[in-house]
Design a binder for this molecule. Sequence first.
Ligand SMILES: [Zn+2]
Length: 412
Amino acid sequence: MNLTIDERRLADEIETLATFSDAEAPAVTRVVFTPTERKARAWVKDRCKSAGLILRDDAIGNTFARWEGTRRNAPAVGTGSHIDAIPNAGKYDGVVGVLGGLEAIRALQRSEFLPKHAIELLIFACEEPTRFGIGCLGSRVLSGTLSPDAAKKLTDSDGRTVDQVRRSAGLEGELEDVKLPSGYYKAFVELHIEQGPILERENKPLGVVENIAAPASLRLTIEGSGGHAGGTLMPDRRDALCAAAELILALEAAAKSSGAIDTVATVGICDVFPGAVNSIPARVRLSADIRDTSLERRDGVMRALDQACEATSGKRKVDVHKELWNADAPAQSSAEIVAALSEACSNHNFPCLRMTSRAYHDSLFMSRLAPVAMLFIPSKNGYSHRPDEYSSPEDIARGALVLAETLAALAK
Ligand SMILES: [Zn+2]
């Protein structure tokens, strides 16, 4: 099979897609279901149509562009990513996987490869949490990770529901029909920029992702007792901030002693009430974000935090209330797809690094539905979610080539 990537055209398409933006260039702002995002999606769909792909939108706005295989009822091989962008973002996050995926399909068509399994390009809806406060909404509902009822309860900052917003963007049908049946995909592979510095630092042009870390996030409210900073003596205090400090350090200790470098835990928010220099903190709100590639280890850290809450509340006579916001399970890549990606890399003598994705992606949720893996290309300086995010045309084309060969291996 003689595969060639049209590097120039792919680079031009990435530049053109970046012009669909609500921010001044080079920044890209493209929030889901805005007129700008709808126009960008229509433009990408038009490119897919020109490649002869069959298009379908589901009720939440995921777009499927299908190249039919010779075995009609065989499960499809999927690839794709997202085109929505957070405010003041760059040109490459998500886009490389969508336009690179399209170019991979066109490369296979030019080589006269005939897939047995359909190859389907997926353009996910609402990967970024900007509008509804939750990331990967399209793939969560598609994979059955989030129920239609839970999705319907989400609102944007104007108080509009997902149903209202999607219908006014012209999407018909019911959210109940979005979930794909298991077995729909034989495999799903996502090409993405690394969004970190490792490939550049290691001087490797490609990264094969073996696992995707996933976060659990919690909110802790610690209720103590306030009072005058002079009048209340130390033995009588129930200082909520001192209790919070113990919990923060206990969480850090639990993450550090998990036995794996992949365990990370962060308290990023600490609100102190009443927040006055001469007043004992009566109430503290903390956020906690715990991530790992192993669910078992992450749950271990969460149990350690539970124990610390109990111990601190007894010792300091404070009430600790814990609220779990979200707990996605991490995903392991499929050994078969990792092997296909690695083989495609070695066929071209492209050095590749086996790595962990520390950010999460639509592939995390697709893993509930199908075997998945991801392919990373370098991000200059590790920058992402900012206007100077950059990946070179050569690196993008190399990623598209390896993706094309991998899709061929999976769909033959
Ligand atoms: Zn992304």
